[in-house]
Each structure stands twice: as structure tokens, then as C-alpha cells.
Design a protein around this ligand. Structure first.
Ligand code: ADP
Length: 368
């Protein structure tokens, strides 16, 4: 009796399970058949096992026509097919998700841009059996991004001239009032000057960012003394921030790089160290080199950065702490620009930090 009832229970469980499975399969089908995104399933030889109806909107071809065909057999452009095959092969080989972007000439709406997620589906033996892909039309988002980048570029460019005139006028007035002995007015004008400098820095950051995004930043490389550059910047930051900054170590040889841009990176790391660590705390700059590269580390003893924030800190417009908006004007562009400058030099930039224990920002630069 015992085995019978166990079996009966097993069968019942099994049938409940398959009913649940059938239901979930049906539910899934309802979702995919009505989804606005294009959903496809490819086998490892790039044949389409499933496509949802949204594909007809994108391609003008009815879903039935895709069954067991490759995109090449469907007459899609060589470049498009090769792009897809490369990514599908990658998912099959690695068993990892991936993403891709691609333009597609749709019959009704001209060229549209898509973002696709490719997900592996595994057989019982652990091999990738099929690849599920979900492609979303991101044309509108791309256009909005471009418009906002273009307007940032135009606005920052237009602001440069009036701000330069303001700066000249404020400096002139400050000098005149100081000469007349009107110290109070001269002090106010000095404050105004400092604010104008901040605005100039923000505009410069915005202009650098648009240049980076348009790929138009040009490096002016030359041989220079890395140690001297660090020393000059440290001296300047010491004066502007009143901080004690100690330099340890030195580079053994000169560097072939864009001294202005590398100076910008060092200035940014040192200004951040001064800005985000408590007054009175020292800042250390450690320089070392080997046969092929020079490494510069800027260490502070401030609040540190959590590991979650460390992942995002080099992203555009990222600011780790909302409270800073109240105390410091900044757009969260400094580290983004620094990392792009170092990348352009084929170097590396990174942060090591623990909350409460300070931060060390480092960059490595190839010697030539
Ligand atoms: P900004 O300083 O203008 O906000 P950055 O790109 O230079 O932009 O820095 C991004 C964020 O990283 C800052 O808003 C700050 O939260 C954090 N950060 C940068 N440097 C440090 C540091 N030395 N210590 C703690 N937080 C830092």
C-alpha cells in the first residue's frame, strides 16, 4: 500500500506541477505576444526558433516567415547578421548575458536604433541550448540624449565670453577700490572673483565633457618632468586650500604625455582630497615608477567612500553624497573627466577606500 500511495501522490504532484508549468508557459506567451519589445529565440547556429509579433512592426515581415530561418536567409544586411552572430556566439561560448546596440532600417519609420539584451538558456547538461533576445527601440531616448548634449555644449560655449568679461571687470573694480582704500568693497569684489572662478571651472568641465563625448579631445603630448608638475600643483593647492600636503617618492624618468591634461587630473584628485577630508588632516601624494609606467596616488584621511559608491564614482554627473550640494558647487564631472583623460593616455585610474578610513585615488600612466 505504502509505495502505491507514494506513487499516487507523486503523480498528483507531478500533474499539479505540469499544470502550473503549462499555465506559466501560457502566461509567458501572453506576455511575449503582446510585448512592444521584439523578443526572439535563436539556436546556436543563429536560426530563429521563436519571434513575437512585435517583429512585424520593426521589419515588416510576419512572424511566421522567421521560423527556422537565419537573418541571412531572410535577406537582412550582412553587417546586421554578422553583428548578431558575433553576440549570439559570445553568449553560447560564455554562458553569460550580454547587450548590444544596432541600427535597423524599418519599412514604416526609417532607421531606428535598438538596444538588445541576450540571455542564455541552458540544456540539462549545462550547455547553452538557445539564446533569448529582447530588443527595445531606443531611438527617441537617443535623440533626447543628443539634444541635451548639444544644448549643454551650446550653453557652455555661449557662457564663456560673458563670464570672462565679468571676471575682467570684477578684477578691475577690486583693484580700484583697494587703491582708494575701500577695503570692504574690495573684499566683496574678491568674493565675487572667487565665485566667478568657480563658474569658469564648471563651464570648463562641461566643455571638456562634451568634447569627450564627441571624441574631439586632442592630446598635446610632450616630454615633461612628472615630479616637477606634481610639485607645482601641490604648491598651488597648498595656497588655495591651506592644507598640509606631503609628497613621497619620485618618478625616475620623464613622461611623454599631455602635461596640461595630466595636471588637470592631479589638480582634481588633490582638490577632492582637500574638499572631502576634514580641515587639519594631511594629504599624501605618493609617486613611484618602473621601466614602463609612473603611478601617482593621492591619499586623504577623510570619510572614505563605500564600495557601492566606488563603482559609480567615475561616472558622468555622479555625486556620492547629496549633502554636498549644500556645501560645494560641483557637477560630479571631475572624476569622469579625469578617468577619460587617463584612458586617452592608455593608463588606468582607480580608487581604494573604506568608509571612515579615507580614500586613495591612484592613476598609472605609461611612460611614453
Ligand atoms: P564633484 O567633486 O564636483 O562632485 P567629482 O567627479 O570630482 O565631482 O567627484 C564625484 C563624487 O565623488 C563627489 O561628489 C564626492 O561625493 C566623491 N568623492 C570624490 N573624491 C572624494 C574623496 N577624496 N573622498 C570622499 N569622497 C570623494
Amino acid at each position: 500500500m505504502q509505495p502505491m500511495s507514494q506513487d499516487a501522490g507523486g503523480v498528483k504532484k507531478q500533474s499539479n506541477k505540469s499544470k502550473a508549468f503549462r499555465l506559466s508557459k501560457k502566461d509567458l506567451l501572453t506576455v511575449t505576444e503582446h510585448a512592444p519589445d521584439v523578443i526572439c529565440r535563436f539556436d546556436p547556429s543563429f536560426r530563429l526558433l521563436y519571434v513575437n509579433p512585435a517583429i512585424e512592426v520593426a521589419t515588416g515581415i510576419p512572424p511566421q516567415a522567421f521560423k527556422n530561418k537565419t537573418t541571412r536567409e531572410l535577406g537582412m544586411p550582412e553587417e546586421h547578421s554578422a553583428h548578431w552572430e558575433k553576440h549570439i556566439s559570445q553568449v553560447v561560448a560564455t554562458g553569460q548575458d550580454t547587450t548590444m546596440e544596432f541600427p535597423f532600417l524599418t519599412p514604416a519609420r526609417g532607421v531606428r536604433y535598438f538596444h538588445a539584451v541576450l540571455v542564455p538558456e541552458f540544456a540539462d547538461d549545462g550547455a547553452v541550448e538557445t539564446v533569448l533576445t529582447i530588443s527595445r527601440d531606443i531611438t527617441e531616448k537617443k535623440e533626447l540624449d543628443k539634444q541635451s548634449k548639444d544644448s549643454v555644449s551650446v550653453v557652455s560655449h555661449e557662457l564663456r565670453t560673458p563670464i570672462t568679461s565679468l571676471k575682467i571687470a570684477a578684477q578691475f573694480l577690486q583693484k580700484k577700490f583697494a587703491e582708494k582704500g575701500d577695503e570692504t568693497t574690495a573684499e566683496q569684489l574678491e568674493k565675487m572673483n572667487r565665485q566667478i572662478d568657480k563658474m569658469k571651472n564648471i563651464i570648463a568641465d562641461l566643455m571638456d565633457t562634451t568634447q569627450i563625448e564627441h571624441g574631439t579631445i586632442k592630446l598635446q603630448k610632450d616630454k615633461f618632468d612628472f615630479n616637477l608638475l606634481v610639485q607645482e600643483i601641490v604648491d598651488e593647492i597648498k595656497v588655495t586650500t591651506g592644507r598640509k600636503i606631503r609628497i613621497k617618492g619620485a618618478a625616475a624618468s620623464t613622461v611623454y604625455a599631455d602635461a596640461f591634461r595630466i595636471g588637470q587630473v592631479i589638480t582634481n584628485l588633490l582638490s577632492n582630497a582637500a574638499r572631502y577630508s576634514p580641515e587639519g588632516k594631511e594629504i599624501h601624494v605618493l609617486i613611484s615608477s618602473d621601466a614602463t609606467s609612473v603611478t601617482c596616488r593621492v591619499r586623504d584621511f577623510g570619510p572614505g567612500i563605500s564600495s557601492e559608491q566606488q563603482q559609480k564614482i567615475f561616472e558622468r554627473f555622479y555625486r556620492a553624497n547629496e549633502m554636498e550640494h549644500l556645501t560645494h558647487i560641483g557637477l560630479g564631472l571631475g572624476l569622469y573627466i579625469s578617468s577619460e583623460i587617463i584612458k586617452l593616455h592608455n593608463g588606468k585610474i582607480w580608487v581604494e577606500s573604506r568608509a571612515g578610513k579615507g580614500s586613495t585615488f591612484s592613476f598609472m600612466l605609461p611612460l611614453g
